[in-house]
Design a protein around this ligand. Structure first.
Ligand SMILES: CC(C)(COP(=O)(O)OP(=O)(O)OC[C@H]1O[C@@H](n2cnc3c(N)ncnc32)[C@H](O)[C@@H]1OP(=O)(O)O)[C@@H](O)C(=O)NCCC(=O)NCCS
Length: 175
């Protein structure tokens, strides 16, 4: 299971030690507004951690918790997974932050590192991201990552805006 680091963050594969932090993150209805539309219950948070650990074992990638390297506090979470959780589908990147951590550039900082992991360590040919069409902050992170808007599709049982970048585009941006 791969730990990633950035200037300010440590990205740790989600595990039971992150429960309290994830509980705080995922029980905030404002954070979840454009994701599921509802706060996650404690039972759901525990189930998510278990499911994610299974995916790390099976695929070698899934969700990380974002820890502030200075304080050790859990400030957010993000993932590399596959659209529809089907390995036959393109890789997908995602992120969420605790509300009091918005506006510090953490999302793009973590996103760049996770994208590098997908292209360089997983050899992903293409990376997608999806968000609610109203979720301007998340779409902005996708654009800053160099992703292009593809259109509206149905994924995870929701109509979402799809953004994507291929490996050549990523290399160009990274150069
Ligand atoms: C999406 C999210 C992670 C972005 O966090 P953040 O701290 O604002 O991210 P960053 O600071 O790295 O960058 C965000 C960019 O979007 C811009 N932005 C932030 N809020 C915005 C808004 N409401 N409308 C338009 N742009 C916005 C910022 O200005 C910044 O761009 P800039 O650097 O050009 O100024 C955060 O809003 C969040 O956790 N939302 C709830 C969970 C969620 O919806 N996750 C995505 C699911 S697809």
């Amino acid at each position: 299971m791969t730990v990633l680091t950035t200037e300010r963050l440590r990205l740790e594969p989600m595990n039971a030690a992150h429960y309290e932090g994830l509980r705080t993150l995922n029980s905030d209805p404002v954070v979840m507004r454009y994701i599921t539309g509802a706060a996650e219950t404690p039972e759901e948070t525990r189930a998510v951690i278990e499911r994610v650990q299974g995916r790390w074992q099976r695929f070698g990638y899934s969700w990380w918790s974002f820890l502030d390297r200075e304080t050790g506090e859990l400030v957010g979470a993000g993932c590399i997974q596959n659209l529809g959780h089907d390995p036959a589908n393109p890789h997908e990147i995602g992120w969420r932050l605790r509300q009091d951590q918005w506006g510090k550039g953490y999302a793009i900082e973590a996103a760049r590192r996770m994208a590098r992991f997908a292209f360089e360590e997983l050899d992903a040919p293409l990376l997608c991201a999806v968000c609610d069409p109203e979720n301007a902050a998340s779409a902005r992170v996708m654009q800053k990552l160099g992703m292009r808007y593809k259109g509206v599709e149905t994924w995870h049982e929701r109509e979402v805006s799809v953004y994507q970048i291929d490996r050549a585009g990523w290399r160009q941006g990274a150069a």
